[in-house]
Ligand binder design. Structure first.
Ligand code: DMJ
Length: 443
């Protein structure tokens, strides 16, 4: 909560700090990094957690952040702490028939007090939460040599991918942890499913491109997304949503979250998917990634302040945020797409950097909390209000803004060679929270 200097204590572990470590390192903010390290040495303890935690959120932000910090610095404090957390979480993979963990668990002191890690057990989860743990736990196996982390997440991912098929390549937004079937009815590439598809690709890339089950699931899902979720109207190509079994229910809206997809397509092309070679030649993914990136940028360009809404309505010629969803949480996905396209699209030129510059300026001017020191940004509401005076700032900055949004902006504009600190996409893979780890070829 930068506007008040306070914080929202979600899991009682210093989550923003852990989520920010590799951003500090990337940007050369050494003093801030050292302060964070000292804090962790003195106070970071997963044994003393007193609240329930979301498995997905703590893994992508804390495990992901600590794994990257360890790989970037070699400082064993991050490996030890990451292992401490993962050992608590491992237990939760054992409760269900699919091998996927419940969405929330107790760890640390809270677990000791409740004499169980189970919070009000419900077999309901969703593909994103169950299917976005693999990269982080496989990295732990890589770093410790202990198979137990990879084995746990591989079993869960296998349950998810085998619930898909040639006939049903796209999932709905729920997953039954006992019966291993998708529940719910919304079909999209947005909330509750997004990073499941992203991780099929990234786990395949991250671990030697050997896992054909993941590659096939990803390629099938991309094909079905092109065929059933992507529409082109009013000069814009966008990914909407529909309800399973009801072809007339298609909605011409696209979530900010769904803008992870063009970057993921570009990364897939770079790693040899979509035909052609490394995104060149007759590759099918790059042209689609270009179109979708343009529409994602249009979510920002169409607004006088340049702040894209949470959900954008593409049913009219000029895309506008959907009423009631006209807020901006400083999410990363649009600039994430610009970053990947800038590095991968052979026709990039300066275009994506220029678009990014426009977005960055809008953010600095309009997400700025009025009357506060320059650079105090927060989530902004009422984007459809007319004029700057109508914007409302909540004062809250989500940790993903530092972990991802600021990092992608920085890397979009960063022209340093890898030897000076950049992460080449041929050698590194980012988890869904933009924490980079080295691609392992031999596994
Ligand atoms: C992040 O925590 C991750 O990118 C996640 O996959 C989706 N939601 C936020 C950012 O929008």
């Amino acid at each position: 909560m930068p506007a008040t200097g306070g914080c929202e204590d979600w899991f009682n572990i210093g989550l923003t700090l852990l989520d920010s470590l590799d951003t500090l390192l990337l940007m050369g903010l050494d003093e801030e990094y050292q302060m964070s390290r000292q804090w962790a040495e003195r106070y970071l303890s997963f044994d003393s957690v007193t609240k329930e935690v979301s498995v997905f959120e703590i893994v992508i932000r804390a495990t992901g952040g600590m794994n990257s910090a360890y790989q970037l610095t070699g400082d064993t404090i991050w490996l030890e702490k990451s292992v401490e957390l993962a050992d608590y979480l491992l237990l939760s993979f054992k409760h269900t028939r699919t091998g996927c963990p419940p969405t929330s668990v107790y760890i640390g002191e809270k677990r000791a007090k409740m004499q169980s890690d189970l919070v009000d057990y419900s077999p309901r989860s969703n593909p994103a939460e169950a299917g976005t743990l693999q990269l982080e736990f496989r990295t732990l196996t890589e770093m410790t040599g202990d198979r137990k982390y990879a084995d746990a997440v591989d079993r869960c991912m296998h349950s998810l991918t085998t619930a898909l098929s040639d006939k049903e390549p796209l999932c709905t937004d729920g997953f039954d942890l006992e019966n291993g079937v998708f529940t719910g009815s919304r079909v999209s590439i947005s909330a509750m499913v997004d990073s499941f598809y992203e991780m099929q690709l990234k786990t395949w890339v991250g671990y030697g491109k050997k896992d054909d089950e993941l590659r096939v699931a990803f390629e099938r899902a991309v094909k079905a997304t092109f065929e059933t979720l992507v529409r082109k109207e009013h000069y814009h190509t966008y990914a909407g949503e529909y309800y399973k079994g009801n072809p007339n229910s298609f909605r011409h809206t696209m979530e900010h979250l769904a803008c992870f997809f063009p970057g993921t397509l570009a990364y897939a092309a770079l790693h040899g998917l979509g035909g052609g070679i490394h995104g060149k030649g007759s590759n099918e993914y790059i042209p689609m990634a270009r179109e979708l990136t343009k529409s994602c940028y249009a979510m920002s360009r169409g607004m006088f302040h340049g702040l894209a809404g949470e959900v954008t309505d593409f049913s009219k010629a000029v895309p506008k945020p959907k009423r009631g969803q006209d807020h901006n949480l400083i999410r990363p996905e649009i600039v994430e797409a610009l970053y990947y396209m800038d590095k991968i699209d052979p026709e990039a030129g300066n275009k994506y950097k220029e678009w990014g510059e426009h977005m960055w300026k809008g953010l600095r001017e309009y997400a700025q909390v009025p009357h506060m020191e320059s650079g105090i940004l927060s989530s902004t509401y009422n984007l459809l209000g007319v004029g700057q005076g109508h914007l409302y700032h909540s004062g809250k900055l989500h940790s993903f803004a530092i972990a991802e949004t600021y990092k992608y902006f920085f890397m979009l504009f960063d022209s340093r060679p890898p030897s000076e600190g950049a992460f080449p996409l041929t050698d590194w893979v980012y988890n869904t929270e933009a924490h980079p780890v080295r691609i392992v070829n031999g596994q």
